[in-house]
Design a protein around this ligand. Sequence first.
Ligand code: BG6
Length: 479
Amino acid sequence: MNRFPEDFLWGGAVAAHQVEGGWNADGKGVSIADVMTAGGNGIAREITDGVLDDKYYPNHEAIDFYHLYKEDIQLFKELGLKVLRTSINWTRIFPNGDDKEPNEKGLQFYDDLFDELLANGIEPVITLSHFEIPFHLYKAYGGFKSKELIDFFVRYAQTVMTRYKNKIKYWMTFNEINNQADGQHDLHTWTNSAILFDRHESQAKKEEIIYQAAINELIASAKVVELGHEINPEFQIGCMMAYVPVYPFSSMPEDQMAALKVMNRRFFYSDVHVRGEIPNYIVKEWSQKGYHIDISQEEKKVLKEGTVDYIGFSYYMSGAVTTLDEEGGPIEDFPHAKWLSNPHVKASDWGWQIDPVGLRYMLNILDQRYQLPLFIVENGFGAYDAVENNQIHDQYRIDYLRAHIAEMKKAVLEDGVNLIGYTPWGIIDIVSFGSGEMEKRYGMIYVDKNNDGQGTLKRVKKDSFHWYQGVIRSNGDNI
Ligand code: BG6
């Protein structure tokens, strides 16, 4: 075979909170994304204690997909998408998270959205939790530190999986669950687990809490996998990971060891999702550091019974570590190792290292480690776009995507990797997760809105739109 399989899932990806807006429409509750202000390139977003009148929250309106989705779906259809990956915004369904009954208007919105997609030949692929945890669950329970969130998540998942059991086949539980390992605890533990740390908390205490929250999420995920298969045995339920291959900066054996250790901290999450067991390297770490992680025998059984069907993952960049005496950022746990930029690859305007070969490398590593179907559910290039005469000539985005698709092709056609689909990120311009900017654009469809929230919201096809249309039409032959 020298072509992608005919049923390869070419698509695009977004997340509810980054496109929908309608933050308090039709009974929706406040989510953690609704209390994040706009930051900027290199400027962190602020997390406020509730929604404050004098702050600007870019996700409140986003690109108003909540009201404009029908027009957008026509563009997605013209583009040729076979699937659209998005998420269900938990707070549309359970506004506080611990409500006993779901919000019917929220459920109806997703019925309408999925019907519209399906009527236009586009299959929805759904993430259950993409940084949209109810704010109330942070306030009242401290987020996923608390085991009570396991049942709230399961109730939410059961509600939507039952309601949409004939409309959705591919599900994912927690978006980029392993990002919590990367040390940017404020942003990632907030968005993945609804945990905000006290400034005075020690690094070790924080880490212990993150591991506890992660275990609670992994248990919740496993319960949902099992339950989902009962609701509809045809469901394919995956995890969703952020994979950043970490290279040894030099050929020194110590650098190789540091890279392996750093990667293991990220693999821990997929190792549990896939194998249903806590790997020895983590059990050792916990005991060496004196961490007490609460997990019962019964919960260990749950992990074993709810292993995932496939691995969904995002791929944007690679990284490098060294034990040499070089300039660079410290790595927790490896006091003599440091992160530093790889001189062999270029970076985006946001400093993300562009490495298409790293995608092929990662696909091979995952195929060998897990032997499960793989699904690239995010890959893309955040860049500043210029509009000239109502046109956007985004050759840089085409170059990025083309290079990554070329390497993905090699992984499938030359290396034999079992890859089921590819949904580039931010198929339409959206609010950036990390910075809250509108002007960090990923889309193939431009949205007229700037970082201050001004603009007409008008949609314009970029050059990359026409290019990707050709890629899908030719099933990846013409890139
Ligand atoms: C991933 C997230 O981290 O990367 C998305 O799943 C996010 O939600 C994407 O938007 C790109 O990151 P950013 O910060 O450029 O929006």
